[in-house]
Design a protein around this ligand. Structure first.
Ligand code: C5P
Length: 222
């Protein structure tokens, strides 16, 4: 029964942006508000799941019944996820993790002298891909934010990272996306798809949790 599939299930969820330190007072960041991830955490808790929310810095209260672990950088988020992933049934990556971080965070504040400044960036670990590659992997859900060819790129990401499901949104347009209150999602899984139309993020999160529950139930019944 999909409606009951998440009752008692243990869910690890990432949300929000990460901050990559340049020096003690500055960072490289992004415009994720955390709204979608937090709405998802709340909807999962309402569905009866035990939710651990690994959260980057956001200005949102922790949803009722959710256990929050605050982190700042991608490295901290990675460590917080890896310490808990073996015990979870589902992993949902809703965070906007920085793909790169400054090669070396300076211990003293950077002074302005030169007319130009070059920051060297190095790749961060892909938390979602690492979780999906585990032999004992949980049911794994990723997000994709694309500005073009949304379905094709999301399908490619689903397959390349070995995910059980991906929720794709179109960003950079007039409506929906990163900071907005409303959003629409195209949900893909191996062999299927469902379009969730533009609606407020809390309602969208409830609809997405229903799709996740259906697919999770199907994955545990075979
Ligand atoms: O490859 P791309 O960054 O577009 O994939 C986005 C998905 O991967 C999101 O679910 C995001 O939370 C996750 N991700 C991650 N760790 C990274 C980069 C992305 O978990 N370093």
């Amino acid at each position: 029964d999909p409606a009951q599939a998440l009752a008692g299930a243990s869910v690890l969820l990432t949300a929000g942006p990460t901050r990559e330190a340049i020096d003690p007072v500055r960072y490289v960041g992004n415009r994720s508000s955390g709204k979608m991830g937090y709405a998802l955490a709340a909807a999962l808790a309402r569905a009866g799941a035990r939710v651990t929310l690994i959260s980057g810095p956001v200005g949102l209260p922790c949803p009722a019944g959710v256990d929050r672990v605050p982190v700042a950088s991608a490295a901290e988020m990675h460590a917080a996820v890896m310490a808990r992933v073996a015990e979870c049934d589902l992993f949902i990556a809703a965070a906007a993790v920085a793909d790169y971080r400054p090669a070396a965070a300076r211990s003293a504040k950077l002074k302005k002298h030169a007319e130009s400044l070059t920051l060297e960036l190095v790749r961060n670990p892909d938390i979602l891909a690492e979780v999906a590659a585990r032999p004992d992997k949980p049911f794994t859900v990723g997000f994709a934010a694309e500005t073009e060819a949304v379905e094709a790129q999301a399908r490619e990401k689903l397959e390349r990272k070995g995910l059980d499901m991906i929720a794709a949104n179109h960003v950079g347009g007039a409506v929906g996306g990163l900071e907005a209150d409303d959003n629409a999602l195209l949900v893909l899984w191996p062999g299927g798809r469902r379009a969730l139309v533009l609606m407020p993020k809390p309602a969208l999160a409830t609809a997405l949790v229903e799709v996740i529950a259906e697919r999770y139930a199907a994955s545990t019944s075979d």
